[in-house]
Structure formats: structure tokens, C-alpha cells
Write a protein that binds this ligand. Structure first.
Ligand SMILES: [Zn+2]
Length: 450
């Protein structure tokens, strides 16, 4: 009796699989997006989706386990090294996602030239631009160096063939959406293509201990075009963020098998390319002008304190539902703080629209900026400017208490280095500081500052 053939269809938009063909994907609603997978492709799905290792795996006593030491080398870029958790890991597959035009190619060409300068062979594969175009950019970046090889190619098989030419230590793929494998019928950028290519690259990375960086464009919806499946397969996922109108770029860790994801890297887009933002802190606030609606705070991004400007705009409205809108700050938290202001400080915010903006494209994910948000709102409401020599640091509780925040000493140290002289904080710091500290334990006392 002949073996029954396994039939599996996969949606080329979202990666949904089903044994039955349908005209419309039940997962994402896409029409005509289901493609039948070959046995080999089904095998790849099985290999990449199971997390349990095969074979006999027995529990070991923890004391008998040898610690793993991840070998790394520096990319000669302090910001990238930090986000990677201490440097480039040989044999790792790193995905760098970001919207088109944010500067991913520029960043990786620069990293590639850094590595080439260390006498490592680097292969830059581009399916987006010609060799001539890349050369022009390399001239601008100072990346026109020996050991950096360009290959304008979109066929995976040709890229793999190139690996026989010399021993590469790093490969850059620009981008995963343009690369395709001739063994697969579906279009470049489709789920099946991306999965198969990533699988092949992963194998090459591990077998030959080559560090591979993959560029992935992000769609308007904010996910990497094609499938989420890519994020699951690679070792490290970084996102490169920043809007084109602004020169600051932030590289953020999203997943890292070899280290923490809490660190960010900051770069500046200049006419001669991207440069690591060395004097980081002063880039997130304007120290010269005191304006109403602006307050300073210090947040922690990983291990790094950053002085930030928080801006608020409070304007009266006759609309029954006033607007509350925050960029870089959580809307729910803003609503809570506004309710508190109305309740404790009797500020009639229900007839005002409130907008919050955090400068520099930073997203605040901790509560230490609560006090600064409140200060900015009151400042805008009363139209009184706050001195640019004061920082506000503190979490605000639901009952209006100001709570302590972690690493206060480090935050104050950073503020002091930015010539800030005063701080409103929940509790006196342990270490001595050059900053004059004022303790504040309750929201209502904030009004004394206006
Ligand atoms: Zn679908």
C-alpha cells in the first residue's frame, strides 16, 4: 500500500497552516493566499517550530553543569556591542528590523566595514541596490575598505556558492524580503521563502561559525514584513527606530539568546552617515529655553540613565469627550494621572484636551517619569515655565503618594553631569550629590512649585 501523502497549505501572508485548501485564510482574512507545501517544506516547519530537543535528554544536577561562556568579538561600535550584550557572537543569526529609510543599510555597512578593518572577511549581500550604489554610500561612510565584499544578488543559491570563495566571518543580508530560493515556487518575501531561507542561513551560521545579520523591513502595521516566524527562528532580534524627520536613531533589543534585551543603542544620522551618539544625554532635552508645558526627568534605559524632556499641552475644549493623547508614554497611565490631578488638586481637566510627548523618540516604560508628567501638565495648564535646572523624579501612586524609584543615585549623578542643580525626589539619596534635593511625598505639594 502506498504511503499517504501529507498535504499542508500555508498562508503566504501570515503563516497560518491548514490541511485543507481554502479560498480565504481564516486567520488573517487574506484571499487566495494559501499555497501547498512540499514534503521538504513541511519538514522545515516541523524542525523550526519544535522547541524540544530530540534524543534522550536526562536531568542533570545543577552543580554538575558547566557554565556556557559565549565567545564574542567587538564590532568596534560601542552602541551595537552594548545592545548585542557585549559584542558579536560567532555563528549567531541577528535580525535587524526597522521601517524603510530609517538607516538599516547604513548601519550595517558601517558595522561591516568596522569588522573588515579588523581583518575579517565580510560579505555584504544586497538585493536592494547595485554594487555601484553601495560603493557610493561606502565612500560617504568611510567604509571603502579591503576585506569588505559586495554581492548584488537575490538568489540564495548564488549567495551560498559565494561562501566557497573565501572564509567569511560575517555576512550581511540586505534584505530578507528580496532574497529568494530557486527551490521554492512562492514569491520572494512570502512566508515559505522567508522560512526556508532563514533556516538555510541558520544552518550555515552554526556550521561555519559565521555571524549573519539579516535586515528585515517593517510594514505599516509594525511587524517585520512577511512573517513573525522569522523572529522565532533567529538568535537575536533588534529594532532600529526613529522617524525620518529626526536625526536620532535608537537600536533596541527585542530578543537575545546571548544576553539581556534591556539596553538601547543611540545613533545620530548625519550627512556622512550614522555615528554613535557619544554625548547621549544632552540630546534628549533642550536646555536653553524654559517654556511652559515642559519638565525634565531622568529615566533608566537598561543600565544607562538619560535626562529627558517631557512635554504637555493642555488646551480647553467644548467637546464632550476631551482628547487624551500620549506619544512615548502609556495612555492608560496618563488617564490615571489626570484623574488624580482632578481629584487631589482640583484642576478641572475634564474640559481640557491633554497631549503628552516624550522628546527624542524614546518610549517611557517605567513609572519614574510620573512626577515630571504631572509637573508638565500643571505647567501648561497654568502657563508657567519650569526652570531647566530642575528634574522631577518619582512614581505617583493611585492615592497620590510619591514613591521611590530604583537607582536614584545614578540618575542624580547623570543629572548633575548635565548641569542640573535641583531635583524633586521622593526621598533623600544615599550618596552625596552636587544637586540640591527637595523631598516631596504627596502630589498636592507639587503646586508649591508653580
Ligand atoms: Zn493568513
Amino acid at each position: 500500500m502506498a504511503k499517504k501523502k501529507n498535504v499542508l497549505f500555508e498562508c503566504q501572508h501570515c503563516g497560518f497552516t491548514t490541511p485543507k485548501w481554502m479560498g480565504k485564510c481564516t486567520n488573517c482574512g487574506g484571499w487566495d493566499s494559501l499555497v501547498e507545501l512540499s514534503e521538504q517544506q513541511q519538514e522545515v516547519i516541523k524542525l523550526t517550530s519544535t522547541s524540544s530537543p530530540s534524543g534522550n535528554n536526562k536531568a542533570k544536577e545543577i552543580t554538575q553543569i558547566v557554565e556556557e561562556h559565549t565567545e564574542r568579538f567587538s564590532s568596534d561600535d560601542a552602541e551595537l556591542d552594548m545592545v548585542l550584550g557585549g559584542g558579536v557572537v560567532p555563528g549567531s543569526l541577528v535580525l535587524i528590523g526597522g521601517s524603510p529609510g530609517v538607516g538599516k543599510s547604513t548601519l550595517l555597512l558601517k558595522i561591516g566595514s568596522n569588522l573588515a578593518k579588523q581583518n575579517r572577511n565580510v560579505l555584504y549581500v544586497s538585493g536592494e541596490e547595485s554594487e555601484g550604489q553601495i560603493k557610493l554610500r561606502a565612500n560617504r561612510l568611510g567604509a571603502n575598505v579591503d576585506n569588505l565584499y559586495l554581492l548584488a544578488e537575490i538568489r540564495l543559491e548564488q549567495v551560498l556558492g559565494e561562501l566557497h570563495e573565501r572564509a567569511y566571518e560575517c555576512i550581511i543580508i540586505d534584505s530578507i524580503q528580496t532574497l529568494y530560493s530557486e527551490t521554492i515556487a512562492s514569491a520572494p518575501g512570502s512566508v515559505t521563502q522567508v522560512r526556508q531561507i532563514t533556516f538555510d542561513l541558520m544552518r550555515i551560521a552554526k556550521e561555519r561559525r559565521i555571524a549573519i545579520f539579516i535586515i528585515g523591513h517593517i510594514t505599516k502595521e509594525g511587524s517585520i514584513a512577511g512573517p513573525r516566524v522569522l523572529e522565532h527562528m533567529v538568535d537575536v532580534v533588534l529594532y532600529f527606530e526613529g522617524d525620518s524627520g529626526h536625526e536620532l536613531r535608537i537600536l533596541r533589543g527585542f530578543k537575545n539568546r546571548f544576553g539581556p534585551t534591556s539596553e538601547i543603542g543611540v545613533f545620530e544620522m548625519r550627512s556622512d552617515g550614522l555615528v554613535s551618539a557619544k554625548d547621549l544625554s544632552s540630546r534628549f532635552f533642550n536646555r536653553t529655553k524654559s517654556q511652559s508645558g515642559s519638565a525634565l526627568t531622568v529615566i533608566m534605559e537598561g543600565t544607562r540613565p538619560i535626562v529627558l524632556e517631557v512635554q504637555a499641552l493642555v488646551s480647553d475644549t467644548h467637546a464632550p469627550n476631551p482628547k487624551r493623547q500620549a506619544t512615548g508614554f502609556e495612555n492608560n497611565r496618563l488617564n490615571m494621572l489626570l484623574a488624580l490631578l482632578e481629584r487631589k488638586l482640583e484642576i478641572p481637566l475634564n474640559s481640557y484636551d491633554v497631549f503628552i510627548n516624550i522628546t527624542g523618540g524614546i518610549k517611557i516604560t517605567e513609572t519614574s517619569a510620573d512626577l515630571a508628567i504631572l509637573a508638565a501638565i500643571i505647567s501648561s495648564f497654568r502657563n508657567r515655565a519650569i526652570s531647566k535646572e530642575t528634574v522631577f523624579i518619582g512614581e505617583v501612586s493611585l492615592v497620590g503618594d510619591i514613591r521611590e524609584v530604583y537607582q536614584l543615585d545614578q540618575r542624580l549623578k547623570e543629572a548633575a553631569s548635565q548641569q542640573i542643580t535641583k531635583a524633586l525626589i521622593p526621598k533623600k539619596p544615599i550618596e552625596k550629590t552636587a544637586i540640591k534635593c527637595y523631598e516631596i511625598d504627596e502630589v498636592s505639594k507639587l503646586l508649591e512649585w508653580f
